[in-house]
Design a protein around this ligand. Sequence first.
Ligand code: B16
Ligand code: MG
Length: 220
Amino acid sequence: MIKGLVLDLDGVITDTAEYHYLAWKSLAEKIGIDIDRAFNEQLKGISRMESLELILERGGKAQSYSAEEKETLAAKKNDEYKVFIESITPADLCPGMEKLLFEAKETGLALSVSSASKNAPTILEQLQVKEQFTGIVDPNSLKKGKPDPEIFYKGAELLGLSPEECIGIEDAEAGIDAINDAGMFSVGVGSKESMKAADYFVESTKELDLKIMIEKAENR
Ligand code: B16
Ligand code: MG
């Protein structure tokens, strides 16, 4: 029986990808690397430091900075990102999300967030939905990021549930792999091609129907 929903943040609850992109682009320009929106697709769902490594690789500068310098670069990006997220309001919830969260509560489902973002608590506060979540996984507590299932094990654990009692919702391929490996029913938001590993997928968050998801998860 399904008793909980474990949600990704960026691309599911709200769309912060553009802010991540603008902040990374600004940082990359300062060190002579050009990135575009197509490249930014690869950064979705992966951690801040992994994102920086991919950007440095793209610019042929993977070996140019010490670990300490990389920390400084990542912190600079985050400072710019934090200015962008200050402007987030409840109007920035992804389409259909307000309804889904409301229905989940009505149905008695517990909610948690399994996001790679260390800024997740601030963003959920800005969206004015933080109190609807029983738990938010702390990415600092993880040994490995997505596609490792650890973040989804913890998302279920925060609810006092087993992964089998939860539905995981993700927009990144690495996130779907993580949900599947955790033994949770996976719901993908994205194209048929990118979400082919998901147990069930929709193209937009506005198509996320709680009844359909529960029915599919309980009859898998
Ligand atoms: P931060 P998700 C991810 O969020 C973003 O998709 C990814 O682009 C970002 O690098 C990562 O969070 C870390 O974010 O720098 O704020 O800690 O999709 O896992 O909710
Ligand atoms: Mg995401």
